[in-house]
Design a protein around this ligand. Structure first.
Ligand code: UTP
Length: 294
């Protein structure tokens, strides 16, 4: 058995990035010069995913266009002998087979995943959130795929350790410890107070799911925020089947939030030799300018 397809929901309104998201898709906003969605699709590709299914909404066409060929731009770069840029553009255009389905109303992440049901068929699949970047040499989603395949294609939810005082910002998993990285889940709790949290393991947007989740998503009522929550469906699944939580390796950036986006930008600027020195010089100057001592 192989996991070949990935659903990437990108239909959210991105209100934290307004006014930019009034006119452009949040996922196209770049970390320096590379759109955030590039990193997510790249992770899926490096994990061996063959087909990416975007769950989109109006105004998101630029995400599909980004992964398409742009023959006019290619011809321009060729004419001007910009070979490096040409290779880069061609490579993005042939990165992966991309399809999309429309979520006509933004009724929550659970509903977004359900919108892609007809594209999946009878096989386990990956879900990666369009605004959560995870950097690691072995892609986070591949780590979950490997565990799922070890357990006959079971559902695996990617988790990360967070400081206990932040549990009220995340979905938190509970369950029985199998080894230092794996739990057999008994359920999930949405944003518990630190004193009520069963663990400090949060779910930042990487999943291996099976088609059974669609039947559950079709039946669950609306949950938190009056939306159909993937968390609620996973909770139901935990009562019927083995569901695993896995502490994946990698550095995660919540680029759907302004602090997470800034953090990613600073990290990427510092790690790239092409930007590091100018960035550090600029930072030093700005710290002095604003009278900030570290
Ligand atoms: P978020 O909660 O980050 O929502 O959704 P958002 O709309 O993108 O951003 P804010 O909170 O308004 O700033 C998590 C992921 O689920 C997708 C989003 O696109 C994002 O990738 N999503 C959410 C959908 O595709 N459909 C929905 O109905 C809700």
């Amino acid at each position: 058995m192989r996991i070949r397809k990935a659903i990437i929901p990108i239909a959210g309104k991105g209100t934290r990035f307004l006014p930019a998201t009034k006119e452009i898709a949040k996922e196209i906003i770049p970390i320096i010069n590379v759109p955030m969605i590039h990193y997510i699709v790249q992770e899926a590709c490096e994990a061996g995913i063959e087909q990416v299914i975007f769950v989109t909404a109006s105004g998101k066409f630029s995400v599909e266009d980004y992964f398409d060929r742009n023959q006019e731009l290619e011809a321009f770069l060729e004419r001007n002998n910009k070979i490096k840029e040409l290779d880069l553009i061609r490579q993005i255009g042939s990165m992966v087979d991309v399809t999309s389905v429309r979520q006509k109303e933004q009724l929550g992440l659970g509903h977004a995943v359900l919108c892609a049901k007809s594209m999946i068929g009878d096989e386990p699949f990956a879900v990666l959130l369009g605004d959560d970047i995870v950097i690691n040499h072995n892609p986070a989603i591949k780590q979950l795929m490997d565990l799922s395949l070890k357990h006959d294609g079971s559902t695996v939810i990617g988790v990360m350790e967070i400081p206990r005082e932040q549990t009220n910002k995340y979905g938190i998993v509970k369950g029985e410890v199998i080894d230092e990285k794996t739990l057999r889940m008994t359920g999930m709790v949405e944003k518990p107070r630190p004193e009520d949290a069963p663990t400090n393991l949060a779910t930042p947007g990487r999943y291996i799911l099976t088609p059974e989740i669609f039947e559950i998503l079709e039946k669950i009522p609306r949950g938190a925020g009056n939306e159909y929550q993937l968390t609620d469906a996973i909770n139901v699944l935990c009562q019927k089947k083995n569901v695993y939580a896995y502490k994946f390796e990698g550095e995660r950036f919540d680029t759907g939030s302004i602090p997470g986006y800034l953090d990613a930008t600073i990290d990427f600027a510092l790690k790239d030799p092409a930007t590091r020195d100018t960035f550090v010089a600029s930072l030093k100057y700005r710290l002095t300018k604003y009278g900030i001592t570290l």
